[in-house]
Design a protein around this ligand. Structure first.
Ligand code: MTE
Ligand code: LUZ
Ligand code: MOS
Length: 765
């Protein structure tokens, strides 16, 4: 019986669509005496709090109490890295930061109370852009660096490209906004139900703010309605506020951000400014790359440092860079603290290198797919941080398979034919690869734990350290447990993630949820299966699983086991910038075709083809969903979603009306996803590979297809273009506005080149 590899539906699919699936805020109904919390938020991006009088709030009917600095018995700070996120700040660091909270019998009472809290501020100058931060020396980190070879090679290259690229951030827009409910249990301990990717850290922060030890705090996460990195550390503060409220009042306290508050208060994907110089041979090989990343970290450190490391690790994408110097620095601005988001700094760096390669292709009149192919990692190649790219040949395999199945060459010709006949619209086609390193780059996080319980009736409860956010982790783990125990999936129940079942867990992040926790569950199940096999041998006959379990119990064989997994052989030394930080690489490639309107810059995606390496997929339907969802989320980031802050540091795009998300209308009408065959990954649970983040970066093919289409307004077709030595550039996201201006620029260049040509012709006559 094999259940892994079967295309099972998501274990909560029915609950998701019927509304039956339980989320944190659904607990509300179980607590008739729950209190609702609402923040008092500051009207400045940067200010000193000169006085705060919460007392007037108490005059409001239904207000029970207020929460200010004096109410936290421990340290009122939720900063996960540095302690730089005071829950009751005396210095406001971003517009709408909460300075106090009000608890009410109803949400409305709490809101009315919050409006009554009197706060005076002394406004201070705010730093709102990366450039301002650089100019004023406002940074959250030192400069991080990875380098190899000698970038002086730049000066000897046949082609040199110097440039700057600005890349926008992204709002997570998980459907379930941040939520937590905390209460005091019958023994005096604190319990929180929290929509968190990292229950152990939520537990740590609650213990910190209450001055308790971890044994006094239990955190449970039943599931999340999406997280995407936005709840890797940023769920903690809300659980901490709820816990402080519960501690003060003895009553359950609920914090749930409205969409508008969630967008205003929580961190986003980091905006980046990238400065680069790249040197190419006349054949289009990268000879040297100097690249400097500046990220907008917002007001506190959060995960910005490991995110910047991941950028430095991914500035090569799938390409061998012989000489490279990559540096990165996190800027401190007066904005929300930017945080983890699917890809974790990798996407920004990969957008940059793909941008540079496309420009080189245009400048050298080499087709972009050819220039990419020529620069691929080959067998035996080592990255700029010293890790051998073991499976480098897979890049070529995927590339060739995708080119064939997407009919790339024929469509290239068809696009050129279309473009030759149309002046009002042009089509573009691009293929881009993605290589993504799998493992937390902070090596100690790469561990997983499990506790598997078999009952005498032959049914099984599986506990593990991972959290479910819609990605299908629980579905995969159920399949792993079923096969490891040799029973069918119906016997197995996946329990909500709790810190009192498996301690000291890592965040479910870095796409490693199944690799780590799945392997730990398999380890526990292996032990149990061995014990049961011994009992079966003793019985001397085949019996049903429930009888075997009963027999084991009667023989006093323990029917529960802990499982553990740690990723072998990974290490990285920041000081030298050398190591093997990743257990393996996930690979994929995508072909996108777009059509751009000359007059408006509006565009649509006509077709997308993807080949992704998922190893031996444990759950093909889940993996397909991850590829489709990740791709569309990446496409949204690179094309539609634009975060704007006004000159006072207010988030101008703080709702779905002004922040444009991809929807049904943006789905590629022709969307073909397939997986690399014979792709078993050795040394990973069931031969599978991580799938959560890598497909997001395949959306870069849409950005590059847009560049291809824009170039066609200059001269026809980019397959070998003559833009007069120019290349098409635009910042990210490639909104219709940016595409409109890029088209206008390219057409102006063409017209002036034609005018020069006409003049030259005339002078010959
Ligand atoms: N898929 C859904 N439906 N919802 C999510 O929140 N998060 C992504 C990805 N896929 C996410 C998702 C991110 S950022 C990560 S790191 C992985 O799922 C985490 O889960 P995994 O490690 O089990 O793949
Ligand atoms: N989180 C983290 C991550 O703490 N370290 C990582 O390397 C990482 N990578 C991807 C996503 N989340
Ligand atoms: Mo994902 S950004 O690792 O939560």
């Amino acid at each position: 019986m094999t259940i892994a590899g079967k295309p099972l539906p998501h274990e909560s699919a029915r609950g998701h669509v019927t509304g039956g699936a339980f989320y944190t805020d659904d607990l509300l109904a179980r607590f008739p005496n729950v209190l609702h919390a609402w923040p008092v938020t500051a009207p400045h991006a940067h200010a000193r709090v000169t006085s705060l009088d919460a007392a007037p709030a108490l005059e409001e009917p239904g207000v029970v109490t207020t929460l200010t600095a004096a109410d936290a018995p421990g340290e009122a700070d939720s900063g996960p890295s540095r302690h730089d996120e005071p829950l009751f700040p005396t210095e406001v660091m971003f517009h709408r930061q909460s300075v106090a909270w009000v608890l009410g019998e109803t949400l409305e009472a709490a809101q009315r109370g919050a409006a009554r809290v009197r706060v005076s501020y002394e406004a201070l100058p705010a730093i709102l852009t990366i450039q301002q931060a650089i100019d004023t020396g406002s940074f959250l980190t030192d400069t991080l660096r990875l380098a190899r070879g000698d970038v002086a090679a730049l000066d000897r290259s046949a082609l040199r490209i110097d440039g700057e690229l600005s890349i926008g951030g992204q709002e997570h827009f998980y459907l379930e906004t941040q939520a937590a409910i905390a209460w005091i249990d019958e023994t005096g301990g604190v319990v929180a139900q929290s929509s968190t990717q990292h229950p152990s850290q939520t537990q740590e922060i609650i213990a910190r703010v209450l001055g308790l030890t971890r044994k006094d705090v239990t955190v449970e996460c039943v599931r999340m309605g999406g997280a995407f990195g936005g709840k890797e550390v940023q769920a903690n503060a809300w659980a901490a506020v709820a816990a402080i409220g519960a501690w003060k009042t003895g009553r359950p306290v609920r914090v749930r951000l409205t969409r508008e508050l969630d967008m205003a208060l929580t961190g986003k994907r980091h905006p980046y400014l990238v400065r680069y110089s790249a040197g190419f041979s006349s054949a289009g090989l990268v000879e040297a790359l100097r690249i400097a990343f500046f990220s907008d970290g917002g007001f506190s450190l959060d995960l910005s440092e490991p995110i910047m490391w991941r950028s430095l690790f991914h500035c090569d994408n799938a390409y061998y860079l012989p000489n490279v110097e990559a540096t990165g620095r996190v800027c401190r601005t007066h904005k929300t603290s930017q945080t983890a988001f699917r890809g974790f700094g990798g996407p920004q760096a990969m957008v940059a290198i793909e941008d540079i390669l496309s420009q080189a292709a245009q400048r050298l009149s080499i087709p972009a797919d050819v220039i990419r192919e020529r620069n691929f990692y080959r067998e035996g190649h080592v990255t700029h941080y010293g890790q051998t790219v073991d499976d480098a040949p897979r890049i070529d395999r995927i590339w060739r398979q995708l080119k064939a199945t997407s009919d790339f060459d024929a469509r290239r010709a068809a696009v050129a034919a279309f473009n030759a006949q149309h002046d009002e619209a042009k089509r573009g086609l691009a293929i881009t690869p993605a290589k993504f390193g799998i493992s937390f780059t902070a090596s100690f996080y790469n561990q997983g734990g499990a506790l598997v319980l078999i009952y005498r009736d032959g049914t099984v409860q599986v506990n593990h350290g991972g959290t479910e956010m819609g990605q299908g982790l629980f579905t995969k783990i159920r399949q792993i447990a079923a096969d490891s125990l040799g029973v069918d999936a119906e016997r197995i129940r996946l329990m909500a993630t709790r810190t009192d079942k498996v301690p000291n867990t890592s965040a479910t992040a870095a796409s490693a949820g199944t690799d780590l926790n799945g392997a730990a569950v398999a380890d526990a199940c292996r032990q149990l299966r061995a014990r049961l096999d011994a009992v079966a041998a003793d019985l001397g006959k085949d019996v049903a699983f429930e009888e075997l379990c009963e027999a084991a119990y009667m023989r006093r064989v323990p029917l529960f086991a802990q499982g553990y997994y740690r990723t072998p052989d990974i290490h990285f030394d920041r000081a030298t910038g050398r190591g093997e930080p990743f257990h393996y690489f996930a690979f994929g490639a995508a072909v996108s075709e777009v059509e751009v309107d000359r007059f408006t810059g509006d565009y649509h995606v006509r077709r997308v083809d993807i080949v992704q390496d998922a190893g031996d997929s444990i759950s093909p339907v889940i993996d397909r969903g991850q590829v489709e969802g990740g791709f569309v989320q990446g496409m949204g980031w690179l094309t539609l979603e634009e975060l704007l802050w006004d000159e006072d540091g207010r988030l101008a795009t703080a709702g779905a009306s002004t922040y444009k998300l991809p929807s049904w209308s943006e789905m590629p009408p022709d969307f073909r996803v397939s997986f690399l065959q014979e792709a078993r990954q050795s040394n990973v649970v069931f031969g599978s590979k991580a799938i959560g983040e890598p497909p997001l970066m395949l959306a870069i093919s849409v950005r590059e297809a847009l560049r291809d289409a824009v170039a066609a307004f200059g001269n026809g077709d980019l397959g070998g273009n003559n833009l007069g030595g120019n290349s098409v550039t635009f910042d990210s996201p490639a909104t219709p506005e940016r595409i409109f201006f890029a088209v206008r620029q390219v057409r102006a260049e063409r017209l002036s080149a034609e005018a020069r040509g006409a003049k030259a012709d005339a002078s010959l006559r």
